[in-house]
Design a protein around this ligand. Structure first.
Ligand code: 5GP
Length: 189
């Protein structure tokens, strides 16, 4: 997606350990025009699929999933990372190691909101080592739902996530794939 790549080059930044900062348009302040284009692009990539629900993970996946869901006209469910008294007791759970935070946490989704036989599309902002996406796939499988695929805005092609997800036969659509970061410059595939 050319407009996204352009935005990453002009407004993105490189933090430590090859962490890409997109705070000015995706992760903190959000560029709604770009987000709308992202939603449309996911719709066109999964155009021929019947999607019943979009599943994402809090926090940065939510806005992307919501804008995408408008084009599919389906609800969004987001996995919770934090303990909450509001969360139902009956949950699907999976353990995820966070690359950016270097910690392990349990993601949870109420059993009410993912049902057996539903067609689920997973959406997230970044794919790095693929642990967040794998946790969501695990939850879809526990629920006996059908996984349509995984859509990510930015895939970091120099980490293992994309390879591992594709190896499992899961359809992965990445709107921008970063091949490497060299001399402080982002190089796309
Ligand atoms: P993974 O589980 O694939 O290793 O990492 C995916 C999650 O970590 C994403 O949901 C995203 O929030 C965060 N993440 C991973 N790499 C980056 C990065 O380079 N920049 C930002 N902003 N977030 C990242």
């Amino acid at each position: 997606m050319e407009s996204l790549k352009k935005k990453i080059l002009t407004d993105g930044a490189i933090a430590n350990d090859n962490v890409i900062k997109v705070d000015s348009f995706l992760n903190h302040q959000i560029d709604i025009d770009l987000l709308n284009e992202i939603g449309k692009e996911f719709k066109s990539r999964f155009l021929n699929e019947r999607v019943d629900k979009i599943l994402t993970i809090e926090a940065s996946g939510i806005a992307i999933a919501v804008i995408t869901a408008q084009y599919f006209n389906v609800p969004v469910v987001f996995a919770k990372k934090t303990e909450s008294k509001n969360l139902d007791k009956e949950t699907y759970e999976s353990i995820v190691h966070s690359y950016t935070r270097n910690m392990t946490y349990t993601i949870k989704v109420s059993k009410k909101y993912i049902n057996k036989g539903e067609n689920i599309l997973i959406i997230d902002d970044f794919l790095a080592n693929g642990k967040a996406a794998e946790g969501l796939v695990d939850i879809v499988n526990q629920a006996g739902a059908n996984l349509i695929g995984v859509g990510v805005v930015i895939e970091k092609g120099f980490q293992e996530g994309g390879k591992n997800i594709r190896k499992k036969g899961i359809r992965l659509e990445s709107l921008a794939i970063i091949n490497k970061v060299e001399d402080g410059k982002i190089i796309f595939k």
